[in-house]
Design a protein around this ligand. Sequence first.
Ligand code: MG
Length: 170
Amino acid sequence: MLNEKVVQLLNQQVNNEFYSAYLYLDFSNYFGSKGLDGFAHWYKIQAQEERDHAMLFYQYLHNNGARVELEAIAKPDVPLDSPMGVLQAGLDHEEYVTSLIYQIYAAAQEEKDFRTAQFLDWFVKEQGEEEKNAQDLISKMELFGNDPRSLYLLNDELKTRVYAAPSLVL
Ligand code: MG
């Protein structure tokens, strides 16, 4: 049996990850409306990954005898005003998600819940990758975003992103 507080935080994280999916779908929506179909594609795949994350938390709870309480998913609340602003919001969001994962990790450690800590290890590493991906997009946009031809090539590069299922299997 998992500790009640840990269950509550894991349950919230199901919702947080679905919110991330919803937010990135809105990013995709924004870039699609601006004709940046490569950026739109990249964020649509990102949204798919976030749904996978939600399902990993969902499955972990079920594997440990806890029923998930599905809450309402909030409306994306990030103002989408410029491509660079959106990319920056993506990095801010990932840093926030990292803090959420750390919070659950800290609660698990406090309860000597080493099983949950081990489950979360994958997410700790994943968040490092997510922050790097978000930062890389910003760096590329800083370098190439002001020249239309370079932006066109960057948009083309982002079109090549392929969906990969998470390496964590429960
Ligand atoms: Mg995630």
